[in-house]
Ligand binder design. Structure first.
Ligand code: COS
Length: 386
């Protein structure tokens, strides 16, 4: 528990509650979901009952009305139990719903948020495209106003929850003549819109129960009232969504790595070699110490970034730094966990290989480590020098 930071009693209680619930109801099924790739719909129903699908969503729209720190705690604890469930909630709540909270009209919020908070609808967020990944401003999907509608053509890639979502916030280019990022707008799309087609589920290395897919728009008719925020502001609004989103990915990685560290401590205590538990070997002790230290440093920066952001600071640098350090440290910790398990760690009989497969995505999604370094460098020396 990072008690050097100003956590409140509510934060501690929330963590305790989710940890207890997730250990009992979610963690025991994580390996099976990974093996079967079954979407964790059953978990979502239980989480909706506890109000955990709308932690940072205002109460008037059906959420818990809690802060970013509470939301990070939620995703950390869920991911510690089952990372596929953690990322599903993250994509639903932080990426799918938060842009509607931040940029939507009252009518849009009333229409979409309560149903997403109570689990009736699943939300998602579509930014990346086959040729617009790290270079998000290269968006090719096109939206053309036609009377009371926008006609949208194009596709999205790597959309978490994409194939199961009822409502998806997407970007599309509305003005091809404006500077790259300025001609982009965002829209709220419903799965029943004419011309909308989700692609197949991607076969991924990890997070195998989460649903990642392409989305296709062929003359998709989007009512003009589903424009989210002002025309031309879509890119900036997504960037504003990604700042806190990156801290949440850091928290997700921490949750997975904490599970890996706990599993490793348990293993080295009972595994005997050379006549004694391997936990008595100094080389093993030093590795554990390094794992715990790197995780603690990452945890402190992650929650410091969350506290700074929720005090009203944009904090792009701290958000990017927290994602960079927490995801790289967590991947390293999971790899060490496999090594300390020896041959057993390389099998599916132990959970550490799954933790490593799951955590790797955190270095890629919501901006690769390279993009985080670019954001940090730009904050330091200005964009023109990078
Ligand atoms: N908050 C608010 N506005 C921001 C912002 C932020 N964090 N970051 C950039 N902007 C604004 C800029 O100020 C600029 O505004 P003006 O047009 O008024 O000057 C505009 O957005 C464009 O920014 P910029 O010129 O820096 O955009 P670039 O194309 O150079 O690249 C990066 C920006 C690379 C940082 C961006 O494309 C990025 O984050 N890429 C990774 C995408 C990603 O994370 N994808 C994961 C999928 S989402 S699950």
């Amino acid at each position: 528990m990072a008690d050097a930071l100003p956590f409140t009693d509510e934060h501690h209680l929330l963590r305790e509650m989710i940890h207890g619930y997730a250990s009992e109801h979610i963690a025991p099924k994580a390996a099976e979901l990974d093996a079967t790739k079954e979407f964790p719909r059953e978990h979502l129903a239980g989480l909706a009952e506890l109000g955990l699908l709308g932690v940072p969503i205002p109460e008037e729209y059906g959420g818990m009305g809690a802060d970013l720190v509470s939301y990070c705690i939620t995703i950390e604890e869920l991911s510690r139990a089952c990372a596929s469930t953690g990322i599903t909630v993250l994509a639903h709540c932080g990426l799918g719903m938060i842009p509607i909270v931040n940029f939507g009209t009252h009518e849009q919020k009333m229409k979409y948020l309560p149903k997403c908070c109570n689990g009736e609808w699943i939300a998602a967020f579509g930014l990346s495209e086959p040729t617009a990944g790290s270079d998000a401003a290269a968006t090719k999907t096109r939206a053309v106003r036609d009377g009371d509608y926008y006609i949208v053509n194009g596709s999205k890639m790597w959309t978490t929850n994409g194939g199961v979502a009822d409502v998806i916030v997407i970007t599309a280019r509305t003005d091809p003549d404006s500077k790259r990022s300025r001609g982009i707008s965002s829209f709220i799309v419903e799965k029943g819109f004419e011309g909308f087609e989700p692609g197949k589920k991607e076969d991924k290395l990890g997070l195998r129960a989460s649903m990642t897919s392409q989305l296709f728009f062929e003359d998709m008719k989007v009512p003009a009232e589903n424009l989210l925020g002002a025309e031309g502001e879509g890119f900036k609004n997504f960037m504003r969504t990604l700042d806190p989103g990156r801290v949440v990915i850091a928290a997700m990685a921490l949750g997975i790595a904490k599970a890996a560290l706990a599993a490793t401590v348990e293993y080295v205590r009972q595994r005997e070699q050379f006549g004694k538990p391997i936990s008595k070997q100094q080389t093993v002790q030093f590795r554990l110490a390094d794992m715990a230290t790197r995780l603690r440093a990452a945890e402190l920066l992650t929650y410091a970034a969350a506290f700074r952001y929720q005090m009203g600071d944009r904090a792009s640098d701290d958000c990017a730094m927290s994602k960079l350090i927490a995801t790289e440290a967590s991947t390293w910790v999971c790899e060490e966990a496999i090594q300390l398990h020896g041959g057993y760690g390389y099998t599916r009989d132990f959970p550490v290989e799954r933790y490593w497969r799951d955590v790797k995505l955190c270095e890629i999604g919501e901006g690769t480590s390279e993009i985080q370094r670019l954001v940090i460098a730009r904050e330091l020396i200005g964009k023109e020098w990078v």
